[in-house]
Design a binder for this molecule. Structure first.
Ligand code: PAN
Ligand code: ZN
Length: 191
């Protein structure tokens, strides 16, 4: 186990930026266009408009050792691909028995969750929401508002990330614009 010096990070609630800056990565439409229900529309936007920035992550990366507690912000830009709101890729933890906490910093979001045995759950989030993701639940966040949706995640280092199942099968539920507002509906394409 590494002996790490205690540290503090200043977090901008509007942008998720970390000061001092730590690890940063971006997810653009080209990284995940196949995950949207309307793939044709995603491909059209990529070809005719731009490779949109969907979300970025600022994180305090820590050694993947039991006991370390990595934490980071995610800022999802507002917008849709067809009717489907901008979202994260979503994942299970590689070690399924590891949970996580998300804390809403700004904007409006929806947390979509599902288990491998077929249960689903949706949690609306805003500034001040502390959402608990128990062990065994895959999780994806969606921006259902007109502003950036920003939240802080705190997870056990040994959890790991497993994107494969979601990349292959998708999520059972979709967050779509319906009658002027967000609705969570069954995904007809769920494998
Ligand atoms: C979060 C996510 C972050 C980005 O920190 O990793 O919101 O979403 P994806 O990892 O699905 O692209 C988390 O759940 N960590 O475990
Ligand atoms: Zn996670």
């Amino acid at each position: 186990m590494s002996l790490i010096q205690p540290f503090v990070t200043a977090v901008d609630f509007r942008t998720g930026a970390f000061k001092p800056q730590r690890q940063v990565y971006q997810r653009r439409l080209s990284d995940m266009w196949r995950m949207y229900a309307d793939r044709d529309e995603a491909a059209r936007i990529l070809a005719e408009e731009s490779d949109r920035l969907i979300y970025d992550v600022h994180a305090a990366a820590l050694p993947a050792e039991e006991g370390q507690i990595p934490h980071g912000t995610t800022r999802i830009r507002p917008g849709r691909i067809g009717d489907e709101y901008h979202m994260t890729k979503g994942h299970y933890h590689a070690r399924r028995e590891q949970g996580e906490v998300y804390f809403g910093l700004s904007g409006r979001g929806m947390l979509l969750l599902q288990t491998e045995s077929g249960e689903t759950s949706e949690i609306e989030m805003g500034a001040g929401s502390a959402a608990y993701i128990p062990p065994y639940w895959a999780h994806r966040t969606v921006n259902i508002g007109a502003e950036d949706f920003v939240f802080l995640s705190v997870w056990p280092a040994e959890a790991g990330h497993d994107y494969g199942a979601i990349e292959r099968d998708g999520f059972r539920k979709l967050a779509l614009l319906r009658d002027g507002g967000p609705a969570v509906v069954e995904n007809p394409q769920f494998a």
